[in-house]
Design a protein around this ligand. Structure first.
Ligand code: SF4
Length: 71
């Protein structure tokens, strides 16, 4: 049994998930755990990692669970 199976881990249940409603694309959202990834050009905006509902990572924990909605 994997960690995800035993904890029901999923980005959409994580408090760091931002559904980015203004630019929603299917089940994708942004992970806000870390700051945006910097870009090679100083003028470019940093990028937040895009994650989907079936993604999860080792930063997920039950303490980070929400009702499934980004706050
Ligand atoms: S990648 Fe990890 S920290 Fe980010 S939303 Fe998914 S489970 Fe949460």
């Amino acid at each position: 049994m994997s960690f995800a199976d035993s904890t029901d881990a999923a980005c959409t249940k994580c408090k760091f998930f931002d559904n980015h409603a203004a630019k929603a694309h299917g089940d994708e959202g942004l992970c806000r755990f870390n700051p945006p990834v910097t870009q090679p050009s100083a003028e470019a905006h940093g990028l937040w990692p895009v994650v989907s509902s079936t993604d999860w990572c080792g930063h997920f924990s039950k303490d980070a669970m929400t009702t499934g909605m980004a706050n």
